[in-house]
Design a protein around this ligand. Structure first.
Ligand code: LAN
Length: 729
């Protein structure tokens, strides 16, 4: 409909080069906030040398030396730490690429385009390089995530990104991608989110977007499907989407936009039946088909509500409330926002509402940088603004598991890591917590940074364990006084679901039936919080550790919490003895956690049928070479599936950790697995990247590059403390 900007044909196209000089990229770490900078000036290059971490992220030679060949598992841990220590950043954390999903970068680039934010040539160039590197080797399209098959979602959006950063439509990569897109049916067959973004660009007409009614936000809290009950990621995306949908806003029409209208579709653009294609979706994109209920609701909204029933007064009221909630999200996160999906959309809302050049827009644009990442392939967008608190917590636990926490060799590294967690603890609740439906967070840690400020129960737990473990190690300072530990525990105790299990950001607030309103099509299980064995275990183990040191603090509640949680973990066990993993791949990951939960109440292989069946499951999946090799397909299909490339070190480490937590009695399978991890270690102490490790929403994979250090070393370290005399060579 209306475009609020004057039509313009002159948005400057970025200059595009073949490549940038990777030796000029630097990652700036400001108290955990990381941003990438390209130094064009030679003097600046000299003044700010590349760190080991920069080189490692960029796939350049780090020049780190060959280390003595490990004789024992503990030597391998020491070698791993010697390497990993060099990657620690000044603030005390380990930066991390967090790529995988292929729908994040488009949101950022479209937002730059819609807000007329210039794209520097080195950014445009590296985005192009990344997308070239990640195009499907056979058909040239892009999928939902880097290992997935080509979809309309991935291909239409990333094709548009490439055009915006300056690619010519006749470039062979573009021709190939376009061919694949057309074979899949073209952009009329895109899922909801893609139709939304393409309408923001003005490549689609808004009629093709299924309704995103802002009025839902006016529903009273008691309504079973009121948005405050939805999983936080869904409601925080729905929020700005509903605002933009309401405005039917599209950015200025340009040559590129006009060209995309011709290139992305199979039909002539002028003849497309926009309204009639709202529900068209390519089968490969349609992981979670819309329910009859949602289809009926959409029909009602489009054909009855919007034309006949909707009043202007109600629409304005809804818009005002949505706008206020967006402001609260921006303020609570200093414009970083929950994740780059809603951050991009909130930026557009501010651009529409506050105008170009406003503080809100400028600050948003700065903050979008926090999620950008550069690696040897090019520039991508991370799933969050980093993995800072999460990875730092695990690294600390590597040392405590390996019994190395008192070794002065690692003291400086651990001191810095502890200082990082000290700085990153969230000290206050959101001031408008109840109005904007936020969970209590005082004393908590986020997955990434305190600025982002979203407590996640397992992130709180892992950080809390790490802090307690270090602060009880002689020689470490008491940075967090007891009250701050109690704050964390108080917050953790708010996380238990009725079932006894824990979820991620909040206890479950709505029924699973809400999945009938899942409009995204490409993801499963997104509408509400579910019971997660991983998160539950983290909380159980954190509370157990806390109780050992502070037996008099809320003892009854903690005891009851743990008892109910472990019971819930047991009830989540599958008939084959495994557990389904929601946040990494898949049965192996979750079974590791479940066995740890059981161990925390003293149940192990020898005295618990749950533990024994979990171990037997893991053992049944061990391969000839001693490793484990589960594939991301397990998450989608919900059946254990092997990865075609064979054993993976991270997967092997998870299985071994699970078995060791369960005191699995036979050392032979453990030795075989440990040997595989040791054999894969490089002479300089690092491990190479293998298949993708993480997942969310059942269908989308995400990378955890630091896991190949933290979990491998944890497995080796646990083995070394359990069997100090075993050499495994
Ligand atoms: C994450 C990353 C961390 C992850 C763990 C802490 C590992 C997990 O145990 C709990 C859930 C959590 C916090 C999690 C939730 C979903 C996230 C934020 C992600 C997988 C990273 C990216 C993903 C987010 C939803 C991506 C944006 C996509 C949308 C569908 C909005």
């Amino acid at each position: 409909r209306v475009s609020e900007d004057a039509p313009e044909t002159t948005v400057k196209r970025p200059r595009l080069e073949e490549k940038t000089d990777l030796r000029r990229w630097r990652m700036l770490d400001e108290k955990g906030r990381h941003t990438w900078h390209y130094l064009e000036d030679d003097k600046a290059v000299q003044k700010w040398p590349q760190s080991y971490a920069d080189k490692w992220y960029l796939g350049l030679d780090t020049g780190l030396p060959t280390l003595p060949k490990p004789q024992k598992p503990l030597d391998a841990v020491v070698n791993g730490l010697t390497f990993f220590e060099k990657l620690q950043l000044p603030s005390g954390q380990w930066g991390c690429e967090y790529g995988g999903p292929m729908f994040l970068l488009p949101g950022i680039v479209f937002t730059w385009y819609a807000t007329k934010t210039p794209i520097p040539w080195y950014v445009a160039t590296e985005i192009k390089n990344y997308l070239f590197a990640r195009a499907h080797p056979e058909d040239g399209g892009w999928g939902l995530h880097i290992e997935g098959e080509s979809t309309v979602f991935g291909t239409a959006l990333n094709y548009a990104v490439l055009r915006i950063v300056g690619l010519d439509p006749e470039h062979p990569v573009m021709v190939k991608a376009r061919g694949t897109l057309h074979k899949l049916g073209g952009a009329t067959y895109a899922p909801h989110w893609a139709k939304f973004w393409l309408s923001v660009l003005g490549v689609c007409k808004w009629d093709i977007v299924n309704p995103v009614p802002p009025e839902l936000w006016l529903l009273p809290d008691w309504v079973p499907f009121a948005p405050w009950r939805w999983w936080i990621h869904m409601r925080q995306v729905f929020l700005p989407m509903s605002y933009i949908y309401e405005k039917k806003w599209s950015c200025g029409e340009t040559d590129i936009i006009r060209a995309l209208r011709q290139e992305l579709f199979v039909e002539p653009w002028e003849k497309i039946d926009w309204l009639g294609n709202r529900n068209s979706i390519c089968p490969v994109d349609n992981y979670h088909p819309k329910s009859w209920l949602l289809n009926t609701a959409n029909w009602f909204l489009v054909h009855i509500w919007n034309p006949y029933l909707r009043t202007k007064g109600l629409a304005q009221k809804a818009e005002a409330w949505v706008s206020k909630l967006i402001d609260m999200e921006d303020e609570n996160t200093d414009f970083a926002d929950l994740a780059p999906v809603n951050a991009a959309m909130n930026t557009i809302v501010c651009y529409i509402r506050d105008g170009p050049g406003s503080y809100s827009v400028r600050r948003h644009i700065e903050r979008l940088e926090d999620s950008m990442w550069v690696n040897g392939e090019g520039m991508l967008c991370n799933g969050t603004n980093g993995v800072q608190c999460w990875d730092t917590s695990f690294l600390i636990q590597v040392l405590t598991d390996a019994g190395l926490e008192q070794d002065p060799r690692w003291k400086p590294m651990l001191d810095k890591a502890l200082i990082f967690l000290d700085n990153q603890q969230i000290r206050e609740n959101c001031k408008d917590q109840d109005i904007c439906y936020r969970q209590q967070r005082k004393g908590a840690w986020a997955f990434s940074t305190r600025d982002q400020g979203y407590a996640v129960c397992d992130c709180v737990s892992e950080a809390l364990k790490s802090v307690i473990l270090l602060q009880h190690t002689p020689g470490f300072p008491q940075l967090l006084e007891d009250q701050r530990i109690f704050d964390a525990v108080d917050t953790l105790l708010t996380y238990q679901n009725k079932s006894g299990a824990c979820s991620s950001y909040e206890p479950t607030r709505g029924s699973e039936l809400l999945e009938m309103l899942n409009a995204a099509e490409v993801f499963g299980k997104i509408m509400v919080e579910y019971d997660y064995v991983e998160c539950t275990t983290a909380v159980v183990t954190a509370l157990s550790l806390f109780q050992k040191h502070w037996p008099d603090y809320r003892p009854k509640e903690i005891e009851a919490f743990i008892g109910r949680s472990v019971k819930a973990v047991k009830s989540l066990q599958q008939p084959d003895g495994s557990w389904y993993g929601n946040w990494a791949i898949c049965y192996t990951y979750a079974t590791m956690f479940a066995l740890e939960s059981l161990k925390s109440i003293g149940e192990t292989y020898s005295n618990s049928s749950y533990s024994k069946r979990g171990c037997d499951f893991l053992i049944s999946k061990q391969r000839e070479d001693g490793g484990w090799s589960e594939s991301y397909r397990s998450c989608e299909r919900m059946i254990y599936t092997e990865h075609p490339t064979g054993s993976q070190v991270v997967m092997t480490a998870w299985a071994l950790i699970g078995l060791m937590k369960a005191d699995y009695p036979d050392i032979e399978p453990l030795k075989k697995g440990i040997k595989l991890i040791m054999d894969r270690q490089q002479p300089n102490g690092e491990w190479k990247q293998e298949a993708i490790e993480g997942v969310f929403n059942k269908s989308c994979m995400i990378s955890y590059p630091n896991y190949k250090f933290t979990f491998t070393m944890k497995a080796l370290g646990m083995f070394a403390t359990k069997y100090p005399n075993e050499t495994v060579v």
